[in-house]
Write a protein that binds this ligand. Sequence first.
Ligand SMILES: Cc1cc2nc3c(=O)[nH]c(=O)nc-3n(C[C@H](O)[C@H](O)[C@H](O)COP(=O)(O)OP(=O)(O)OC[C@H]3O[C@@H](n4cnc5c(N)ncnc54)[C@H](O)[C@@H]3O)c2cc1C
Length: 295
Amino acid sequence: MSTYVLVAGNAGVSELVAAAAKLDGPVVAVVVGADEVVRAVAAPGVDKIVWLGDPGDRAVEAFAADVAKVVAADPGVVFAGRKPAERALLGAVAAAISAPVVTMPVEIAAGQVTRAIAGGIASETRSYAGPVAIVSDGGAPLTGGGSTSVEQAAASPAEVTVTDLRPNEVAAADLGTADRVVSVGRGLKAKEDLAIIEALATAFKAELGCSRPVAEGLDWVARDRYVGISGQQISPQVYLAVGISGQLQHMSGCRGAQLIVSINTDKDAPIVAESDYILTGDLYTLVPALTAALG
Ligand SMILES: Cc1cc2nc3c(=O)[nH]c(=O)nc-3n(C[C@H](O)[C@H](O)[C@H](O)COP(=O)(O)OP(=O)(O)OC[C@H]3O[C@@H](n4cnc5c(N)ncnc54)[C@H](O)[C@@H]3O)c2cc1C
């Protein structure tokens, strides 16, 4: 029985491949994507690629039935990332093979998944007799270099064509693809002071993020910018957390970052233990100094 990783137009599936490799059976990547995505996914840990083709102007979701057919021929555990197209493909697969969908996994073993519940303050372990569909962090893009065999499979995509693509006029946050995120928490004393955080984000060429209370409650930052278990789940190269305590519910949204830097007055704040670099001190002094240094 194979274990599947669904690839919906981008190769950001390293975490999924690592999780799949721990289970029994070969790891098969079912790819809807351009040539370069196939080349990137042909990486160590991926035993076989089933390539359904380049969607071109079509939406990746148009291949949902084709992806489901590949997995249904030999049903096994299926992994997909959290992006909308990835979840759409996973949903089609789960329906086709009657597999339960599991979100927020923290540990995955054969026939058993432990997942976070109640906002991450508890976990539950479930056992499964058959295949299961798992939604999790995709991780960094794969970069090829494996001896993976590629099988081109026939596809009959639905007639779903992308006819227009444009940024939202109310600049929507794209934290998910940002390499750098500067996030602010309740250490900030007033909404006007956001200006110093925004200046740091600009100097650092980073997207602005925040903790939940800053977006929901204080309403200083748009709600699509808060990071955490009930907000954005991100894996940037650098996550700079300013005046954020680092509660479990926040950290579960940014633990995938390659580097975490925190600025906090409290050297014992929970985020300190999870940071690669720690600047202990007042953000009102440290942030302008850092901005000036970067500038
Ligand atoms: C079900 C549930 C889901 C939740 N989901 C989320 C979620 O998705 N995302 C999320 O973020 N939270 C979430 N929360 C809330 C979470 O538990 C915390 O309450 C929240 O993350 C705390 O935000 P904070 O770190 O900004 O504030 P605080 O915990 O108040 O921390 C502020 C930090 O700023 C530091 N500080 C103060 N002054 C300064 C200064 N001048 N300079 C530098 N540092 C300073 C303090 O030492 C402190 O560490 C959830 C809670 C529940 C119950």
